[in-house]
Design a protein around this ligand. Sequence first.
Ligand code: SF4
Length: 307
Amino acid sequence: MAVGRLRLKPLSYDFPPWRPPSEAGSLLLRVTRGCTWNRCTFCSLYKNVTFQRRPLEEVKSDIDKAASLYRAEVRTVFIGDSNSPSMPVRDFEEILNCLYAVFPHVERVTSYARSKTLQKKPLDELLRLRTAGLTRLHVGLETGSRDLLEKIKKGATPEDMIEGCIKAKEAGFELSVYVLLGLGGEELSSAHARDTAGVLNRIDPHFIRVRTLQPQPGSQLYEDMQAGLFIKASPETVLKEQRALIETLTVSSQYLSDHITNFVPVEGRLPGDKQAMLDALDRFIADFPQDEALQARCARKNELARL
Ligand code: SF4
């Protein structure tokens, strides 16, 4: 039996509204609502949600509801919303203990985390969370460009990103880092690729996951685009940007393109698959001007809204 939403919905189960694509088969558990930061200009995910921690008893009640349906099936769990490690470590430990007591077969428990939160959190608290069974953190780097990080109001510098992510690795977490292709638009594409590779090379995360900017209604960046203040990168620019990014990477990460917004599926284990990935991108770039199917696919992606 697949773990899903349909059978939990009638039990008034509270779902995190967003999860990484790689958590499609996971039990979704909501321990906080919204985002502690909620200011990134490209993001509309939690704009109408006031950040709050859910009472522990509510979370435990949801764990019991899920167990009544899926006790034997659950192998992976995603904990939402956007920055669960911001909660007091003792509370998070209690939730993890309850989760493992009820679902003894769980093999992976993951959460989104802000790099700034990881940077500020003492290493011993991260070690406690890891020991309690939180196994993987999904961190939105978006870009390694200092100017661009400021521009998008990410609330973290490249140094914050590096420090927070390296600390998470030291604590023993698997680290999944997200990059937002096209974030610099036409104007800052080269700097975005170069500086993002630079930061990733310092972090060397277990996973690099790319997605492609499709400004969403409700975000500041969407308003800027509508007003002509932000010029979206063309598909060809994004393909070249991705090529420059991969070419500059010296990491030992799994590079994944597991998001619906991406124009082309280029993936592999670095550094071994690097040349094959570059060759694939070179073919897409060379074919683009005359490949009508590829152009149509990119056009469809550019129309995606409410992701
Ligand atoms: S991108 Fe992440 S940190 Fe920024 S506002 Fe959205 S959820 Fe919050």
